[in-house]
Design a protein around this ligand. Structure first.
Ligand code: DGL
Length: 272
């Protein structure tokens, strides 16, 4: 069992490269921390998997990362969080490690900034069917009209769609239709892939619609937890960040650079 200590990295996982949009914010907000990122690209996409399958993958990824040693775990995938946040927390508790997940932070921000209380959620089928956003938004102590749209193909299209073409634009336009009809004033980007299409969404939905992503809030929550446990990095300079992936390392590196907006360096192929 790895005991949490301040010199250990912050571990993070996602179904592949999507969580790199969360890592991006963490690298900016917590520059002196070390990070260990696992992209489970051999099992991408998570968004169309069953709850049981996802709970198994969450358990496996959590054990694998914590056995390597980590002082905090971030689940940087909405589909994994919706199906198995409790699984990650239970296993991490055995290691004395806290867990930060997506979903809750975005719900809190959306409820706080929505002008008219009409909140949209664009997410994978696994995330929508699990009802995680519905519950998280209902817990905000404010009456909200919630419109959820499940997008089975959007994460795979974003992942394989560089450079984006008219096909991507028309897919995104189709998903915007019910959101426009509902007159949402705030949209939660409920999948860590979606920040890459934020400009398209903003253009289609209009400038006044507020887009909410998880990155900033996750970084702030991680910082707060580390400080309160006395686990923040003692490094003066910049920390390092390392990558593990279950699929092809070269493909992960090439694709990942676009999501991280920074160079990736070495990627180690692993079989958890
Ligand atoms: N990044 C995952 C999420 O946040 C979605 C991509 C997938 O379907 O694996 O939900």
């Amino acid at each position: 069992m790895a005991a949490a200590d301040s010199s250990l990295p912050i571990a993070m996982f996602d179904s592949g490269v999507g969580g790199l949009t969360v890592l991006h914010e963490c690298l900016v907000s917590l520059p002196s921390e070390d990070f260990l990122y696992l992209g489970d690209s051999a099992n991408f996409p998570y968004g169309t998997k069953s709850r049981d399958e996802l709970r198994g993958l969450v358990a496996r990824n959590t054990r694998f990362l914590l056995d390597r040693g980590a002082k905090l775990l971030i689940v940087a995938c909405n589909s994994a969080t919706a199906a198995g946040a409790d699984v990650a927390r239970e296993i991490a508790a055995e290691h004395g490690v806290e867990v930060v997940t997506v979903v809750g932070p975005e719900a809190e921000i959306a409820a706080a900034i929505s002008a008219g209380g009409r909140v949209g959620v664009l997410a994978t089928p696994a995330t929508v069917s699990g009802g995680a956003y519905h519950r998280a938004l209902a817990d905000q102590g404010r009456a909200l009209e919630v419109t959820e749209v499940a997008a089975p193909d959007l994460a795979p299209i974003i992942q394989s769609g560089f450079p984006f073409d008219e096909g991507v634009v028309s897919t995104v336009r189709g998903y915007c239709e019910p959101l426009r009809e509902a007159g949402v004033d705030t949209l939660i980007l409920g999948c860590t892939h979606y920040p890459l299409i934020a400009p398209m969404l903003q253009r289609m939905l209009g400038r006044d619609v507020r887009l909410v992503t998880a990155g900033h809030a996750i970084a702030a929550t991680a910082q707060r937890l580390l400080e309160s446990a006395g686990l923040e990095s003692r490094n003066d300079g910049e920390g390092d960040y390392r990558f593990l992936c279950t699929g092809d390392a070269a493909a992960f590196r090439e694709l990942g650079t676009r999501f991280l907006q920074m160079p990736l360096g070495d990627v180690e192929e692993v079989a958890p």
